[in-house]
Design a protein around this ligand. Structure first.
Ligand code: NAD
Length: 489
């Protein structure tokens, strides 16, 4: 494939080379080879982008546009994403190693999320508060200003849409910084933004390294809000910097999701969803069902069935439509996964499946980063294997005795993003849901995401929520106006 051109940043409505002419050599993790040179923003580029976003927020056509007009632009962007979904998917799949079909679903999701917020853009309204016949008050939800959207590598186009949708619907402007590990698709998205006709500066796209472009954005005085998705460690660093400013922050960080199966559950459906949720994107997804908890009575049967099903997963070329588990994003991430597999081995875990690198037959993929789907039992819940987010295809299965035991095990981690509960007992399903430390609980289903449903974490999994109408309010500042209408004199 000819090397595509991603050599320009998108700032103030123009594609421009980075000031320092720095590039990210983006690696195709399925081959281990550089496949694209992507522009890397430095501090001067971030300065330009943040200033452009601030200027577009305060002057020009954007501040004067109605919600309906902003919604129309978002709808047009959604249409262009739908038309371009194959190309966006091809870029993401090559850049981060996820199966093409999953990347295609990300693009379709991005369009759906933008449409949802497009429809909400003209429904943002305040309250009227009657104090007395002459004293009235009303509230005005106002946009914040320039928003920095900082995103990870695992679902770039979809995560970008989760932030662009509410930020723009509410009338803000955005500087989008994709991850240095999968930066290319957001520049393709910038081309669609340009085509959609957004005024210059309303959306700026600046790929770059976290320590330079990301840090410069976080520190920039013109940035009013940081909407971050990524690791807990980066979120903490961003929080520490922003603590000395007036910036608003929302963070979506990692997870270590419990997937709880009671003995009365539909085991076939539970096994199917647990395997699907355990190895989606080779486990590199914050929603991954990495801790399966199964009631004693059906533990061995469940483990057998799970291992049989996981053993059929096709690992390999992300571009092959038959592939279910693609590549690991980087050599470093692969080493991290191997570190946890090593810990499990030293601690005496039982390896029911996998535990090694996967070697694809195709010689073209010989330098790629692939791991076997790995299933472990007999892991101490206090082990780092059960406590840390591995972000790889490593799932532990552990037994529990009763409801209390299940909830204790499920909540015994520092994360609290998503969870699953499988039972036919409706009372128990809701009891357990109410006791789980998790922003999302799926009952007899898993990884069902929708733009209308709030999404975010308890505990170290983050602050604030994305999606749903409340997400719009997180991109606004409420102003209260109180008026005394008594005639003077
Ligand atoms: P990361 O924290 O390393 O990077 C995320 C983004 O932050 C990247 O764009 C990176 O360049 C930037 N960044 C890094 N250092 C920065 C700094 N000092 N200042 C500003 N920006 C900086 O995370 P990652 O490795 O790209 O992604 C994996 C993590 O993301 C996992 O922990 C995963 O669970 C999490 N994640 C969470 C969700 C969610 O919705 N909760 C979704 C996807 C991924």
């Amino acid at each position: 494939m000819a090397r595509p051109d991603f050599s320009r940043l998108y700032i103030d409505g123009e594609f421009v080379p980075p000031v320092g002419d720095t590039q990210i050599e983006s690696i195709d993790p399925a081959t281990g080879r550089v496949w694209a040179a992507v522009a890397a923003a430095g501090e001067p580029d971030v300065e330009r982008a943040a200033t452009a976003a601030h200027t577009a927020f305060t002057t020009g056509p954007w501040p004067g546009m109605t919600g309906t007009e902003r919604g129309r632009l978002l709808t047009e962007l959604a249409r262009l994403i739908d038309d371009d979904a194959d190309e966006l998917a091809r870029i993401d799949s090559t850049d981060n190693g996820k199966p093409l079909g999953h990347a295609r679903a990300d693009a379709a999701g991005a369009a759906a999320w933008l449409r949802y917020f497009a429809g909400a853009a003209d429904k943002i309204q305040g309250d009227y508060i009657h104090l007395s016949e002459s004293d009235w008050a009303y509230t005005v939800p106002q946009p914040l200003g320039a928003v920095a959207a900082i995103i990870p590598w695992n679902s770039p186009v979809l995560t970008a849409a989760w932030k662009l949708g509410p930020a723009l619907a509410a009338g803000n402007t955005v500087v989008l910084k994709p991850s240095e590990l999968a930066p290319a698709s957001c520049l393709r998205l910038a081309e669609l933004v340009d085509k959609a006709g957004f005024p210059p500066g309303v959306i700026n796209v600046v790929p770059g390294y976290g320590s330079t472009a990301g840090a410069a954005l976080v520190a920039h005085e013109r940035v009013a809000k940081i909407s971050f998705t990524g690791s807990e460690r980066t979120a903490q660093g961003i929080g520490a910097v922003a603590a000395h400013t007036s910036k608003r922050i929302t963070t979506e960080c990692g997870g270590k999701a419990p997937f709880i199966v009671f003995a009365d559950a539909d085991l076939s459906a539970a096994v199917d969803k647990a395997v699907g949720g355990g190895f989606v994107n080779a486990g590199q997804q914050c929603t991954v069902a990495s801790r399966v908890l199964v009631q004693d009575e059906c533990f061995s049967e469940f483990v057998d069935r799970y291992v049989r099903r996981a053993g059929t997963l096709r690992v390999g070329d992300p571009a092959d439509p038959a592939t279910e588990v693609g590549a690991i994003v980087s050599a470093r991430q692969q080493e991290r996964i191997e570190h946890y597999i090593g810990v499990a081995r030293r601690e005496g875990a039982e390896f029911r499946l996998g535990g090694d690198r996967h070697q694809p037959g195709d010689p073209r993929l010989a330098g790629g980063y692939f791991m076997q789907p790995t299933v472990l039992t007999g892991v101490d819940p206090a082990s780092s294997v059960c406590q840390d987010e591995i972000f790889g295809p490593v799932v532990t299965i552990a037994p529990f005795s009763d409801e209390d035991h299940a909830v204790t095990l499920a909540n015994d981690v520092r994360y609290g993003l998503v969870s699953g509960v499988w039972t036919r007992d409706i009372g128990r399903a809701h009891r357990v849901a109410s006791r789980l430390d998790a922003g999302v609980v799926w009952i007899n289903t898993y990884r069902r995401l929708h733009p209308a449903i709030p999404y975010g974490g308890f505990k170290m999994s983050g602050n604030g929520r994305e999606n749903g109408l409340d997400a719009l309010l997180a991109y606004t500042e409420q102003k209260s106006v109180i008026v005394d209408t008594t005639p003077s004199g």
